[in-house]
Ligand binder design. Structure first.
Ligand SMILES: NC(=O)c1ccc[n+]([C@@H]2O[C@H](COP(=O)([O-])OP(=O)(O)OC[C@H]3O[C@@H](n4cnc5c(N)ncnc54)[C@H](O)[C@@H]3O)[C@@H](O)[C@H]2O)c1
Length: 335
């Protein structure tokens, strides 16, 4: 229990932030959540929840006021591959404003420590050109060749954190997430990621029907369940480790395999209709977990099948509640 720790979670209305608030409250922390929106599917357990646009400097000062010990800076304009390839200018501008202002406001308000949520999108695209990719270790972010827009902004903010440590002695932690999934995450509207999008499509399809899969489906990724993600965040924040650290699983699966797992959870046999015109991102990406095992003595371990079962059932339940599934049938043949 950490009864007297005062924690600020930005992005507390989002997927990871909301789950983190729940965990911090269970540990007895005082939690202030900040976001531009409330959580969508259940209310926040944060002691205080403030709606603030953190692109604005004055709002970052307000968010970090009052003796905050730890900031988990999770607020970001982000989404799945469709979203981050479509809006480079908006994403890079919005996130650089949030992150630069949050660092400086935290420093000026005497925050003890700030954790920045970076991404595997910082890794060199030239190291991710084949599906059977070599897992990416932390050094592979340089020479820099990250994902345009989103990846460049994350990599720059990692550097900014380093400058703040060096020039001001301000304590930072930097996590590089690899594809996080789980219940209470966005599953439609354009910002959803592959596990949620596939779960939605499978839930909406009738047995034997077709679903659309982006690319040829042979692109590979690793996926981490939300509980592992939150556990890793807490462990990293408490550790002495200051350099960027991978947080993900190292089980590589193709998107086609991901579809097959979700289909077997749903008990459906579906046809995959590949759409080669849709973005698929890098060809392959996996996490090298050598460093996390060494510095945290731990790595994510929740099996993909177990996490996807919970995620699929939650998404299916939401679609049923909205009367979009009746008796396992769907309205159209391709979803
Ligand atoms: N989910 C993943 O797989 C993944 C992978 C790599 C990195 N990340 C990073 O982890 C963090 C959390 O991601 P998530 O999956 O929970 O995303 P999310 O979109 O669910 O949460 C981000 C939250 O930030 C909020 N936000 C956006 N702009 C804001 C602003 N101007 N002011 C205040 N709040 C604002 C959003 O409203 C949203 O609730 C982000 O920094 C993201 O880049 C996530």
């Amino acid at each position: 229990m950490r009864l007297n720790t005062r924690v600020l979670v930005t992005g507390a209305g989002g997927f990871i932030g909301h789950a983190l608030v729940n965990r911090l409250k269970a540990q007895g922390c005082f939690v202030r959540g900040v976001d531009i929106k409330y959580p969508e599917y259940e209310s926040s357990k944060a002691d205080e929840f403030e709606i603030l646009d953190l692109r604005r400097w004055d709002n970052c000062l307000q968010a970090t006021r009052g003796g905050i010990d730890e900031v988990y800076n999770l607020a970001a304009d982000m989404g799945g591959i469709g979203y981050i390839t479509a809006f480079h200018a908006d994403i890079a501008r919005n996130n650089i404003l949030i992150n630069a202002h949050m660092l400086e406001a935290s420093r000026l308000n005497g925050v003890g420590r700030l954790l920045f949520s970076s991404s595997a999108c910082v890794y060199g695209q030239n190291k991710q050109r084949c599906a059977d990719v070599t897992p990416l270790c932390e050094e592979d972010a340089y020479p820099a060749d990250p994902e345009p827009g989103y990846g460049w902004e994350k990599l720059f903010t990692e550097e900014l954190c380093r400058y703040y440590r060096r020039d001001y002695g301000f304590e930072t932690r930097t996590v590089r997430f690899h594809n996080v999934y789980g219940p209470l995450g966005v599953f439609e509207g354009g910002k959803e990621k592959a596990p949620a999008a596939i779960s939605r499509k499978v839930a909406l399809a009738g047995d034997g029907e077709a679903i659309e899969v982006w690319g040829d489906g042979e692109q590979t990724r690793s996926f981490m369940y939300i509980d592992d993600c939150v556990e890793g965040l807490l462990r990293l924040m408490e550790s002495d480790y200051e350099q960027p650290l991978n947080l993900g699983t190292n089980r590589l699966v193709t998107i086609n395999q991901l579809v097959n797992i979700v289909c077997s959870i749903a008990g459906k046999q579906l046809v995959k209709r590949h759409d080669l015109s849709k973005p698929q991102g890098v060809r392959g990406r996996n996490s090298d977990n050598t460093r996390i095992k060494k510095v945290l003595g731990w790595e994510p371990s929740i099996p993909l099948e177990a996490g996807l079962e919970i995620t699929y059932k939650w998404i299916e339940g939401e679609l049923r509640k909205a009367s979009r599934i009746s008796a396992g049938k769907t309205r159209s043949a391709v979803v």
